[in-house]
Write a protein that binds this ligand. Structure first.
Ligand code: FMN
Length: 356
């Protein structure tokens, strides 16, 4: 399957991006998925993130497996953890197609999907069946709000309740650029009541072990907004921040004629911006809040840069579109080599060392 990707890549790239993704999901659900292998993880890569033991720190970012159709295939491919979603309480169609664009010359994607997903009922069922099969790999559930909902905070609380016991962690996605107005939940005045309500819900979910709650941030926040969020995150003792989502900006000199499409940009042009944002969040939170580095990661060096800048773990999506499934194994191999070169015996030792 790994080498086979080189053969099918030209065909995939000719297909419309969303069709190619659907075909990928089909392949991942087929017996062919049995051929997947992410390789053995070096012991240096094992880590504990928010109390969750992970075989490696390379996660699949939200949006690839929106409906929890293939989490185990993606774990088998070598990811240390998989974030499914975004899932909204009710099923949602999202924006009209086409709504995913591959910017080939820029190794980037612009998407304006708008939380198209099967809804919490169906995704809950899939995840319950998975749990019944006693799967061990770690799963995060990324929760969103319905576009037409009258009470977004209620949607997030509802999602958290519905998925109780099915995820190893939960991400509150308030940073999608494709649900108009959603990102305003990142302002201090909106985030406070949201966190108040969510933490109250979580309190009722499990007395034994509070499931970790993360907030996923946009890369387009102003310095003042970042300060507010960092302060609230520390105040509420949020388990983690994901830094971050796609950008509404168009950083760098994009070459693809598709660069004018509206939506969130991901992939290589987001790399520097995402790294800078991570550094800023690390400085603002003083290392007190675990951070997830996401955005434009396409190599072991990128992953290492993010870890050294303060990310405890990383996630990726867009590079997978261009590089295929062998990327996960390569990133882990190169990341391990970089750790060894610098004398680290475990990934946790490297976190945030850039500023020391
Ligand atoms: C096609 C596509 C769909 C996405 N859907 C979601 C989503 O539903 N929820 C979410 O939190 N992030 C979503 N993302 C954002 C990614 O999780 C990630 O934060 C972003 O793409 C930056 O990482 P990357 O450059 O490695 O792709 C999506 C990204 C892409 C490319």
């Amino acid at each position: 399957m790994l080498d086979a990707y080189a053969l099918i890549r030209p065909m995939m790239m000719k297909l419309d991006a969303e069709k190619a993704h659907r075909l990928t999901l089909k392949l991942l659900k087929s017996p062919l998925a049995a051929l997947l292998g992410g390789g053995d993880d070096a012991p240096e890569l094992e880590t504990v993130f928010m109390g969750i033991r992970l075989p490696n720190p390379v996660g699949l970012a939200a949006g690839f497996d929106k409906n929890a159709e293939v989490p185990d295939a993606m774990l088998k491919l070598g990811f240390g953890f998989v974030e499914v979603g975004t899932v909204t309480p009710k099923p949602q169609q999202g924006n009209p197609v086409p709504r995913i664009f591959r910017l080939m010359e820029d190794e980037a994607v612009i998407n304006r999907i708008g939380f198209a997903n099967d809804g919490a009922d169906i995704v809950t069922r899939r995840l319950s069946e998975r749990r019944a099969a006693s799967r061990m790999g770690k799963i995060g559930i990324n929760i969103g709000a319905n576009k037409t909902s009258e009470d977004w905070i209620e949607d997030y609380c509802n999602g958290l309740k519905r998925f109780s016991g099915l995820g190893d962690y939960y991400t509150i996605n308030i940073s999608s650029p494709n649900t108009p107005g959603l990102r305003s939940l990142q302002t201090r005045d909106a985030l406070k009541p949201l966190l108040d309500r969510l933490l109250a819900v979580r309190e009722q979910m499990s007395k034994v072990r509070r499931p970790p709650l993360l907030v996923k941030l946009a890369p387009d926040l102003s310095p003042a907004e970042c300060e507010d969020i960092a302060e609230l995150a520390v105040h509420y003792d949020i388990d983690g921040l994901i830094v971050g989502n796609t950008t509404i900006g168009r950083p760098g000199a994009l070459r693809s004629p598709l660069r004018e499409e509206s939506g969130g940009l991901s992939g290589a042009p987001l790399r520097t911006m995402a790294l800078d944002n991570l550094r800023r969040m690390r400085a603002l939170t003083g290392g007190r809040i675990p951070l997830v580095g996401v955005g434009g990661i396409a190599s072991g060096q990128d992953a290492y840069d993010r870890i050294r800048a303060g990310a405890a773990v990383i996630q990726l999506y867009t590079a997978l579109v261009f590089e295929g499934p062998g990327l996960v194994r390569r990133i882990k191999r190169d990341l391990t080599a970089l750790l060894r070169r610098d004398g680290f015996t475990n990934i946790a030792q490297a976190v945030g060392t850039e500023s020391r």
